[in-house]
Write a protein that binds this ligand. Structure first.
Ligand SMILES: *Cc1c(COP(=O)(O)O)cnc(C)c1O
Length: 433
């Protein structure tokens, strides 16, 4: 498969080129040049074959023939070594739990897959590769764990000081080895900007070999198709239209959902479920896209004021508002609504949703109010409730039990380095180390 830029001013490249570069040289985002629809027979097989096999078949056309099949098989089977669970709260409302990986959030899919793929792509390089990642919470831990101990790769994680939970912070600031965490005095958007500036700094890029692990990297998006496959395998045969509500921040997850739909998985419509950072729902309503500073909320992994996958959504919808609207419906929820949704879901179904998942439930409920025709909702549950134990306790009165994996990290001490949000400081750090 060849990859092209959403800005269409850069030459086509291989998967290796797209994954190692992250951002295209024209500033656009890499997209596969085609997304082939699978035959009904093949999709039928997707329901029957073992999950690893189906993930492998899903991603094969995007990686072949460049990545040999045995390598791709190894990448898929090592990366996706945890289950995806479908919980039906009612016949019309399902929750797809994507948080059974090592860091208890959906980002494990993308990060683990991409780390292994990059490890393969750089195995013959002499210069060490530095992976830069800005995180609003969960990306950092997923990426850090994905790359921990991968030879030839150093990971530098930037995160906004005091804006993420202790549990999130401890998961990626305590690892050491090839993982460095920078605690930035600023917002997530500041962190994201520093990473962008580093990539567009010609001098820096001559002296260091940089790449990104943010959701702009197509290597993270591809494996996010897998859970739509998992849903397809576990949902009752879809005679009722399926509406997928995606708790969204940078919109990588929703972009991958559209990839999955394009290969033929039955999704009638997606819901862009956001918190108060609702630039995409606003765009869907008004046609105006106005990125702005992120506002802090209880669902902080989605505190993104300038969603970096937006150009991909437009690209997939031929840059036409009416096509985007046909594919995606949007809803932004407040923190108060999020807390009451968590309480309601707990009281009605006995289910503990984390704040991000609750935002997804709210998106589905808002959609239902405007679209009374028969449909079933699938909410992507993006994080384990224990990762946001304090918010859960506020909403339902009890804190979810902390899984052992997480508890162990809380005991460890933080190794991060404080840094300002000035680009010069960041550049000095990169050149010095
Ligand atoms: C990253 C994240 C999101 C947002 O995903 P995007 O692909 O950036 O839209 C939602 N929920 C949780 C828990 C996350 O970590």
């Amino acid at each position: 498969m060849r990859y092209r830029s959403t800005s269409r001013q850069a030459p086509l490249t291989s998967l290796r080129g797209a994954v190692l570069r992250g951002l295209a040289p024209d500033g656009g985002l890499y997209m596969p040049v085609e997304i082939a629809r699978r035959s009904p027979e093949e999709l039928e097989e997707f329901r029957r074959l073992p999950f690893t096999e189906v993930c492998f078949r899903t991603v094969r056309p995007f990686a072949g023939p460049e990545v040999p099949e045995e390598i791709l098989w190894q990448v898929v089977s090592e990366a996706i070594n945890f289950p995806v669970k479908l919980i039906s709260l009612s016949p019309a409302l399902h929750v797809l739990e994507l948080f059974h990986g090592p860091t208890l959030a959906f980002k494990d899919f993308g990060a683990r897959f991409m780390a292994r793929l990059m490890g393969y792509f750089v195995r013959a390089e002499t210069r060490g590769l530095t992976v830069l990642v800005a995180t609003s919470g969960d990306t950092g831990s997923a990426v850090a764990h994905g790359f921990l101990g991968v030879p030839g790769i150093r990971v530098v994680i930037l995160y906004p000081s005091k804006r993420i939970s202790e549990a999130q912070e401890k998961q990626f600031t305590t690892l050491g080895e090839n993982i460095t965490a920078l605690e930035v005095s600023g917002t997530f958007d500041d962190c994201q900007l520093l990473v962008k500036q580093a990539f567009s700094d010609v001098e820096l890029n001559k002296r260091t070999f940089l790449t990104s692990a943010n959701s702009i990297n197509v290597g993270r998006l591809l494996p996010q198709m897998f859970y739509h496959v998992a849903a397809y395998r576990q949902l009752p045969v879809a005679s009722v239209p399926l509406i997928v509500s995606v708790p969204s921040g940078n919109f990588g997850n929703l972009t991958a959902g559209i990839f999955a739909k394009r290969i033929g998985l039955p999704v009638t419509r997606f819901i862009a479920s956001t918190n108060a950072n609702d630039v995409v729902p606003e765009y869907l309503r008004t046609g105006e896209f106005c990125p702005r500073a992120a506002k802090p909320t209880l669902s902080n992994a989605m505190d993104v004021g300038s969603p970096n996958n937006f150009p991909r959504l437009l690209d997939l919808c031929r840059n036409r508002l009416e096509y985007v609207q046909r594919e995606i419906w949007g809803h932004g929820a407040t923190d108060e609504e999020t807390l009451s949704a968590m309480k309601l879901v707990y009281e009605r179904f006995g289910y503990i949703a984390d704040p991000h998942t609750a935002v997804g439930v709210l998106g589905w409920e808002a959609y239902r109010r405007e679209h009374p025709e028969p449909a079933q909702g699938l909410v992507l549950a993006t994080a384990h409730p224990a990762k946001f134990g304090d918010v859960v306790a506020r909403a339902i009165g009890v804190a979810p039990p902390l899984p052992e994996r997480l508890a162990a990290y809380l005991q460890r001490s933080k190794l991060s380095q404080p840094i300002s949000s000035k680009y010069e400081d960041f550049k000095q750090f990169l050149l010095a180390s």
